[in-house]
Design a protein around this ligand. Structure first.
Ligand code: ADP
Length: 220
């Protein structure tokens, strides 16, 4: 489904991610661990289309997202993203946030999809609230719903729990795993917390171990 072949990103003549490979199956949830600065976010940015490749190729569902000849813009890639805290649009309601990427649907279809997602994340009746009227955990569930809304085949999670306490992070990791599996959506979780990867992912590895294809399968 996602095929990353021999990629390299270069910042100011310094290579980050050199000859990096990763294959992800449809619906699979993969975790990538590693200390700050090792290149985890750069990997996600390359997949999402926020940074260009110096070498290699990324394909999603057999379509080329980027290589030395082509570059598909981020909005055309069909890849969802969930960041750390404060990623919701503060001036939009919960429903407005979830509907944000649903530009191809008419009004009724959009409302139906938003209601479906509010039920999925157990926030029925809260569509008219604003992000600041929600708890941190609820905000991250809305961020997930916004990413899931256009039915992407892949969602990228960049340290999604870093502003939440340990108990809530672990609870959400399990809940998000269930939602992703229910929606048959593949995901990459980038985190520096091993426990989150154990709870949310099918397999995980430190960024360095990905080069050696040295993965830890989880019992989840
Ligand atoms: P991580 O997500 O693992 O913390 P990053 O992918 O953000 O790591 O960064 C990897 C390395 O690339 C770091 O050394 C960082 O300083 C550098 N870097 C990240 N973004 C840029 C940029 N836009 N320009 C130059 N260097 C960058």
């Amino acid at each position: 489904m996602l095929k990353i072949s021999d990629i390299q990103v270069v910042y100011n003549q310094t290579p980050i991610l050199d000859q990096f490979n990763l294959d992800i199956e449809a619906g699979e949830i993969v975790g990538i661990l590693g200390p700050s600065g090792c290149g985890k976010s750069t990997l996600l940015r390359a997949i999402a289309g926020f940074v260009e490749l110096a070498k290699g190729e990324i394909c999603l569902n057999n379509a080329c997202l980027c290589n030395c000849k082509c570059f598909m813009p981020p909005e055309k890639r069909g890849v969802g993203m969930v960041f750390q805290d404060n990623s919701l649009f503060p001036h939009l309601t919960v429903a407005g946030n979830i509907a944000f990427g649903l530009t191809k649907l008419n009004k009724t279809e959009r409302q139906n999809r938003v209601n479906e997602l509010l039920t999925l994340i157990r926030l029925e009746g809260m569509g008219n609230r604003y992000p600041h009227e929600l708890s941190g955990g609820q905000q991250q569930r809305v961020a997930l719903a916004r990413a899931l809304a256009p039915k992407p085949s892949l969602i990228l999670f960049d340290e999604p729990f870093s502003s939440l306490d340990k108990a809530l992070s672990e609870h959400l990791a399990v809940e998000i795993r269930q939602l992703l599996k229910q929606q048959k959506t593949a995901a990459i979780l980038v985190t520096h917390t091993q426990r989150e990867a154990e709870l949310m992912c099918d397999r995980y590895a430190g960024l360095e171990d990905v080069y050696a294809n040295n993965w830890i399968e989880t019992a989840a």
